[in-house]
Design a protein around this ligand. Sequence first.
Ligand SMILES: NC(=O)c1ccc[n+]([C@@H]2O[C@H](COP(=O)([O-])OP(=O)(O)OC[C@H]3O[C@@H](n4cnc5c(N)ncnc54)[C@H](O)[C@@H]3O)[C@@H](O)[C@H]2O)c1
Length: 338
Amino acid sequence: MRDRIRVCLIGCGRAGMIHAKSYAGLVNGAELAAICDADAKNLAAAQKIVNVRFVYNDYREALKNDEIDAVIVVTPTRFHKDIVCAAANAGKHIFCEKPMASSPEECDEMIESCRKNNVKLQIGFMRRFDKNFKRGREIIDSGVIGPVAMIKSNTYGPSEPKEWMYDIRNNQGPIGEVNSHDLDICRWYAGSEPRRIYAVGNNFRSPEKAAEYPDYYDSCSVTIEFANGVIGVVTGAQYVQYGYDARTEILGTKGIVKVGTQRADSVETVTRDMTIVSDSMDSWRTLFREAYVAEAQAFADSILNDTEPQVTGYDGKIALTMVNAGVRSYLEKRPVDI
Ligand SMILES: NC(=O)c1ccc[n+]([C@@H]2O[C@H](COP(=O)([O-])OP(=O)(O)OC[C@H]3O[C@@H](n4cnc5c(N)ncnc54)[C@H](O)[C@@H]3O)[C@@H](O)[C@H]2O)c1
């Protein structure tokens, strides 16, 4: 192994370009050597932002390049399994965005391909690298709030859904796209595996879509029973319009830890009409900017030091299992055992 890894980004969209910027100068021991996107327009746009030696429109060509040590897979979720398995068979280390794949069976195939080819596999749960979420975990581990009883985690996003997002039979909706982060963080804080899930949801903000997409939901609540008795409650919403809102509470038997705030900073303006005004967090890109760099650094370090990634394929598989059980519970209107 070289003392510096060369990375190829596969998928230069919204999340992909965050990773591109991390590896283009912010990660010690790693460099962005190549980018790949199936869409010529997106590829050209990415080339204007980052300077790389190799550019591909077909990931299979990128995998033939011996100069590339690792790939960062940030395509839409339905392509993750094929790309990850092909990359593992080509001997590349892999960072794969969440949700890991479409089914637990696909996750198993990805994990097995990486094991067989002795390459690293890290999944994109960057909240585990965020300094506030990490501090939450340290406080739990210190014992100061006593054993954890209940975890409440919400993520509400501002953006209007894209047309494909209304079709819940072909994507998992907010439970997958947004709340997979909350489900993973609940499991991380609970220190236990999920046993049963019950989800309810409804469409409040796009009533005009209800006739064409009767299963669409823009708001949901997911209750999780963990094996050690901890109760998780995850709420999700999209198109909330007031900003990006991600907060988690961990209630112990002797105290509570609250992680996250809606505020963008600590600046307040108070005027004589007796109002207090401050800025709202606009986006996950802003809130987790440093966490994305820290997660990229951890991936590079795990390759260079030959250590286990901090968020494994198994973590990705369990989160995906929770997502799929949640969507099934919502559609079938009953609790689902895991
Ligand atoms: N960790 C996070 O916070 C976070 C945030 C957003 C998205 N995501 C995840 O990242 C993934 C991508 O989401 P996005 O919002 O960036 O999507 P996007 O649509 O903005 O970008 C996807 C890109 O992949 C390209 N692409 C599609 N098929 C390809 C293929 N076969 N080979 C190469 N390129 C291909 C598309 O042309 C597009 O440029 C999803 O799995 C999503 O859930 C994670």
